[in-house]
Design a protein around this ligand. Structure first.
Ligand SMILES: Cc1ncc(COP(=O)(O)O)c(C=O)c1O
Length: 452
């Protein structure tokens, strides 16, 4: 790529600070020529008018008076916000001199969206990419990775078998030509979400209710997105952060493990970059509710109309979410109920991607269910959304709960060669502040390279 590499953290948060010609070219390429490298400058939560892409769910659907604000990730290049951490991890490796264009092949361990993001960014920047992922994910994911020229290395299983992908990645990483974008371990993922997503969330909430954020809910895969909660808490110290897990795979809640159908989350571990100090609650969501909830948003326009949701509002919900997005919405509703929030108070959550990568999941639901009539859809809408109750909520604010989460992290990461002292350092807020402060350091290095 001639003359530039891609945006700084600051430019992803404030695209209006990108040099005007470059920004104009990026906006022109958006959705027209997605393989033009200038699209790196479209890695942002902001739309061309400078507004954070977000929606506030109709209270008739959520059954709560508090605003449930959902940041929409489908507008990112490649169709999900995971392209952000893919880009920042590659960018930091390049700035550190550990990843060299033309010499290194990039490994992307993933359950899908991160892999899509890695394949996409590598395509734009001219790197060979190998995506290591389970073989049981939705077919739309593999198609996207191949379309971007990524090579697939499949390990057996589904979402809950991510550890097998990490083990396979560790083997492949022994080849000196390979470099791993380790989303579960490396802090560019934390930095992207704390700085870019966290501050975008704060901006999005400004237009709603009292303008503050009382709660943030997100289901961790790598736990990158959860880092937005650290920034939200830094601004609103009273805000509460909930990590959501599948009921069928409650690793953070109880150390339990199992198979589930919410792609992208519930990877049977406490990831290295998860700052558990800021996790106030773990809330479990039934995978079946997330899948059926998605069906309601897709095909339940009639039900929503009966509940007083306007046609345009209901239509806007059809394409904006995937299964984990619905899981996050359910978690946000439960958090609002748990905290007893009222009118004018805001809970923020995130839709990682949109519906485009889930038609096969809906087909599977249709095969498994008896006829899905309007009254069946209404029952699902009631049970899943309106009547959601704050059950399976684990309070993680106490010392014992924190000690259990740290123990889980050790159990998951000592086998990968991390030292106990290094993991111990993560028990102190200063560790996370130091990592966060490096945003400025990398931005300065990037701008210096671009000017050179
Ligand atoms: C669809 C989907 N939802 C949620 C997540 C979890 O996001 P994070 O890895 O930032 O925790 C992912 C991560 O890959 C994902 O692909």
């Amino acid at each position: 790529m001639a003359g530039y590499f891609g945006p700084s953290y600051e430019e992803m948060l404030y695209p209006e600070r990108v040099e005007p010609d470059l920004l104009a070219r990026a906006r022109q390429a958006a959705g027209v020529d997605e393989l033009d490298p200038v699209n790196l400058f479209n890695i942002t939560w902001k739309d061309p008018e400078g507004r954070v892409r977000a929606t506030v769910l109709p209270p008739a659907l959520t059954g709560v008076e508090a605003n449930i604000i959902v940041l929409l990730g489908a507008g990112f290049p490649s169709g999900s916000h995971k392209v952000g951490p893919a880009y920042t991890t590659l960018m930091e490796g390049w700035l550190d001199g550990t990843i060299i264009p033309g010499r290194h092949t990039i490994l992307g361990p993933s359950t899908g969206n991160f892999g899509i993001g890695v394949a996409y960014v590598c395509r734009l920047l001219g790197y060979r990419a190998i995506i290591i992922m389970p073989d049981g994910m939705s077919r739309e994911r593999y198609q996207r990775i191949r379309a971007y020229g990524g090579e697939l290395e499949l390990t057996p299983g589904t979402e809950s078998d991510v550890i097998l992908t990490l083990e396979r990645t560790q083997q492949l990483a022994k080849d000196p030509h390979n470099r791993t974008l380790a989303q579960f371990e490396l802090f560019p993922n934390y930095r992207f979400h704390r700085y870019v997503t966290g501050r975008s969330a704060i901006e999005a909430a400004k237009g709603w209710g009292n303008g503050a954020i009382a709660g943030f809910a997100a289901a961790p895969g790598s736990a990158g997105t959860l880092a937005a909660g650290d920034e939200i808490k830094a601004t609103f110290p009273g805000a509460k952060v909930a990590a959501l897990e599948p009921y069928e795979c409650p690793t953070l809640a109880t150390g339990g493990r199992g198979h589930h159908r919410i792609e992208g989350i519930g990877d049977k571990m406490c990831t290295l970059i998860h700052n558990v100090l800021n996790t106030d609650f773990v809330i479990l969501i039934h995978d079946d509710h997330a899948v059926k909830g998605l069906k309601v948003l897709r095909d339940g326009g009639g039900v929503l109309a009966d509940w007083g949701v306007g046609e345009a509002e209901a239509a806007a919900l059809r394409d904006s979410f995937g299964v984990s997005g619905v899981c996050n919405i359910l978690g946000a509703i439960k958090l609002a109920k748990q905290l007893g929030l009222g009118p004018g108070e805001n809970v923020v959550t995130v839709a990682t991607d949109g519906f485009d990568r889930y038609p096969s999941v809906m087909e599977d639901l249709e095969r498994r269910s008896p006829e899905i009539t309007p009254s069946v859809l209404e029952g699902w809408a009631r049970d899943v959304f309106r009547h959601a109750v704050p059950d399976h909520v684990y309070d993680c604010r106490g010392r014992e709960a924190k000690a259990r989460l740290f123990a889980q992290k050790e159990k998951d990461w000592l086998p990968f060669g991390y030292a106990r002292e290094d993991l111990g350092a993560m028990q102190h807020p200063a560790f996370w502040e130091r990592e966060y402060a490096r945003v400025g350091e990398y931005d300065a290095k990037l701008l210096a390279k671009r000017r050179a």
